[in-house]
Design a protein around this ligand. Structure first.
Ligand code: FAD
Length: 462
């Protein structure tokens, strides 16, 4: 049986370059930056203070750098997410935001030195007073309250009484305000931030935060304006599921790998904040045509019928590592729940276009038969691929001869035959609960975790 590693440029279609920094280098850079203020502070030294005061300052120094790096982590920069993946990047963003918030919110409560509203003139070293001035108390308190609000509203986002887009913009602007207020507080009141190197570092990081937001809300839309797409068709193809087809108006400008996704602005200006991430369901070989398979979920996806055919579309991408690139496999097992079929369609269509010789198994689950997407096309792919398809339905119609039930260990045990399939790669996409169940069951069945590649349609850890 053929074992194939898909190199970055071995596809029949021209593929995009991989632009991400290696994970170890990212970690090294991150740790170097996070601890840089501590090193500067240690080199600066100063008269001794109680350890709790030093801890309070240390937490603020590290927490503030970690906070600033959050702008870069959430800015969808491919040099960050290109190799480690967007879900890891967003997961890191959420985890590190909580770490930074914990450090910064604890910081004022750890000082043992009395809170002096004004620095004691004789205490030029900040040894017995915190050197707080009225404005620095104000900026510190305002930053503290806003930071707490940012974290609470991010964790409880789904409960907020306004749309995702409003939250997203307010989250970015709120974070910028915290950055500005925090920088003012550090420069005015910080014992160690009086060091010109540390003061310089805060100003550079503030500049990076501003530039990041400018790039996200101005630079990127401007670049997208130069690369318009046209909405070719909008069609309901299954129960609450739509196919949106786009055509690249500048063919050749966009390249992607099967399985990747992008953020799309449909029938709006690229400066609109209404953009949504969708997997690309078509194959790279289909370019300049591109298909999205979209399930109705909320405000935007429930109104796709209002999209104007012929209207403009723009995209930010490609992103994501749900691809075959660089992965060795002597066969593939695709496990799709509902609209999780979208990136699988791309993988299958590209494999068919390339006449991939390996065996492919598609396990495709839906609640009922009316939700099956592109069923006839999937069947016809079997003419060009060594492809086996198993449909699983929760509520089968009368006379259904396929599998019945949910993705569970028993179902997977019937179709994942080990060790025969030990050399295969397992791609999983669907609702978060389904992904968790499938991953757990596969590992219990003996599939190494490293052979499982999952794509989540939600980034939240909350
Ligand atoms: C990597 C990825 C690939 C996806 N691929 C597909 C796909 O191929 N087909 C499909 O039907 N769905 C896909 N989704 C899910 C899809 O993005 C959401 O269902 C859609 O954005 C919901 O928008 P709404 O306004 O209708 O619902 P809302 O109720 O406004 O949003 C529901 C949830 O969708 C998420 N969401 C909305 N807007 C954004 C945004 N701009 N950025 C990040 N998350 C957002 C948030 O978690 C939000 O809470 C994908 C999601 C991700 C992260």
């Amino acid at each position: 049986m053929a074992t194939v590693t898909t190199p970055a440029h071995a596809s029949a279609t021209k593929e995009p370059r991989r632009r991400g920094l290696p994970p170890l280098l990212l970690l090294f850079l991150y740790l170097g930056l996070a601890f840089a203020p501590l090193v500067i502070a240690a080199l600066r030294g100063g008269p001794p203070r109680p350890w709790r005061d030093e801890l309070a300052s240390g937490l603020a120094l590290v927490g503030f750098v970690v906070f600033f790096v959050e702008f870069v982590l959430s800015g969808r920069f491919r040099f960050v997410s290109g190799r480690i993946g967007m879900d890891t990047t967003m997961g890191a963003h959420q985890l590190l935001a909580r770490t930074a918030a914990l450090f910064l919110l604890l910081h004022p409560f750890l000082y043992t030195t009395a809170l002096q509203p004004f620095p004691i003139p004789s205490d030029t070293t900040g040894q017995t007073s915190l050197g707080l001035t009225g404005p620095s108390i104000l900026s510190g308190v305002a930053a503290w309250v806003l930071l707490a609000l940012l974290v609470i509203t991010a964790i409880g986002r789904d409960q907020l009484p306004f749309p995702y887009e409003v939250w997203r913009v307010s989250h970015g602007l709120g974070a910028l305000l915290v950055a500005g207020l925090g920088t003012h507080h550090a420069l005015e009141a910080g014992r160690y931030s009086a060091d010109p190197w540390l003061a310089g570092l805060w100003l550079v990081l503030l500049g990076v935060a501003v530039l990041t937001l400018l790039d996200v809300y101005v630079g990127r839309p401007l670049r997208q304006l130069a690369r318009p797409w046209r909405i070719e068709s909008v069609e309901r193809i299954a129960d609450r599921t739509w196919s949106v087809r786009l055509v690249d108006e500048r063919p050749g400008a966009f390249r992607f790998r099967a399985g990747q996704f992008a953020w799309f602005t449909l029938d709006r200006s690229p400066f609109s904040v209404v953009e949504h991430p969708f997997s690309i369901a078509s194959a790279p070989a289909d370019l300049p045509n591109l298909e999205l398979v979209i399930k109705e979920a909320g405000d935007f996806t429930s109104r796709l019928d209002r999209l104007r055919v012929g209207g403009r579309a723009h995209l930010d991408g490609p992103h994501g590592n749900f691809t075959l690139e660089g992965r060795t496999a002597d066969g593939l097992v695709l496990i799709a729940g509902g609209v999780g079929i979208a990136p699988m369609l791309s993988l299958l269509r590209q494999a068919a276009a390339e006449r991939d010789p390996r065996p492919w198994l598609l396990l495709y689950g839906n609640r009922h038969a009316g939700q099956i997407v592109h069923g006839a096309e999937l069947d016809s792919l079997r003419d060009r691929l060594d492809l086996q398809i198993v449909h699983l339905l929760g509520e089968p119609p009368p006379g259904w001869s396929g599998e019945v039930g949910q993705f569970d260990r028993a179902f997977l045990a019937r179709h994942v035959r080990l060790p025969e399939m030990a050399g295969r790669l397992f791609f999983v996409c669907g609702p978060p609960a389904m992904i968790d169940t499938v991953e757990r069951a596969l590992v219990e069945l003996g599939v190494p975790l490293g052979r499982i590649v999952a794509e989540r349609f939600r980034y939240d850890w909350a």
